[in-house]
Design a binder for this molecule. Sequence first.
Ligand code: ASP
Ligand code: MG
Length: 437
Amino acid sequence: MKFGGTSVGKPERMHQIAGLVTKETEPTIVVLSALAGTTNALVEIGDLIAKGDRTTAKQAIEKLEKHYQNFVSELVKSEASIAKANAVIAEHFEFLNIILRISFSEALSKDILAQGELLSTKLFSIYLEDQGIDHMLLPALEFMTIDHYDEPQIGSIKVKLSQLLKTHSDKKIFITQGYICRNARGEVDNLKRGGSDYSASLIAAAINASVCEIWTDIDGMHNNDPRIVKKTMPVEQMSFDEAAELAYFGAKILHPASIWPAQQYNIPVKLLNTMQPEAKGTTITELAGSVGVKAVAAKDNITAIRIKSSRMLLAYGFLRKIFEVFEKYRTPIDMVTTSEVAVSLTIDNVTSLKEIIKELEPFGTVEIDSNQIIISVVGNQISETSDMVKKLFGSIMNIPVRMVSYGGSPHNISLLVPAEYKTQILQQLNKGMFGLE
Ligand code: ASP
Ligand code: MG
């Protein structure tokens, strides 16, 4: 069971998830995020220290510490528990204050980021103890590891975690940190922002769990972005492939990398709502459940690149040369479309855009469109759904579509449109494809 930042972000939420955890009949590993807002605050503190602005960093640390002290005063009531919780807070904030005084490094910034999950799990553990709920705190830094390419090492995670569990086989509830891990140099590191979902999926795969539950503040993956479109509905069942496309192309509820471990080890994933635990949510398994379009999602901050060249005509090896440029600069490509004399593709990481353009120029004319979004229409066998293409394009006739990608997989159609049309296109698709207004 993984609980996100808002699910642990208030003392009463923590009390409530304790109730959810103790209701379980099977042994359970509970993976926690940092309290809502903490990781953002830690990122800011790290940035301030890196910039050398220690005064503002110190203020930010003090503000965060106050937040935790208030949190604890509502979390536990007995004097002994309050003292314990305050000692934990003091320990972690002393650490931040020490970092403030020593010279900054990349490795230290990861140490700063790790404080959020270390705090949330320790505080939750103190609350469970306060309530007389038997459990065990498993330090993620003892089993969650990534290799030189920042890839999790599922084999060794499995070995280390089973050993840890074996030595505590009398316990039924285990608490551990999401997000944090150790890298190949043995330093504290993390699985990137939003990575607690990934931790949960890796742990579920490593122990061959019966289910991986991701508890958030919404009742599952919705058919459209609920922050933008008024009427949306949860999708009850979808396949790993569909969920991966949606998570990658903009559905914020799940970290995109968290699909593969569950998929590879065939562990069902459930997206559930802490505020409404009885809601069905979304179940993700091998099976899609039904045929047809299930959801649309938007991915922001996309840049399109078009390379036009008559030399592409009847040539082979042209695309390889172009793709190699992106590979050289470790820049992933999302969408690709080609004509006989041009190729268009999209990226979202523009760190090396200048260098990439420079290396592409010998191949032809290079045009750049920034400020684009990818709209993904995802479902099962959608190409076989009658009228789908008609409904899709019929509902967005007034919107300029820059690229279309169809047929890459049987469950996705992607469109590239200018970012200013985001709200409009999501609303129009909601009506045109789902009949929701
Ligand atoms: N606390 C981390 C973040 O905010 C990891 C997570 O919540 O998934 O990115
Ligand atoms: Mg998240």
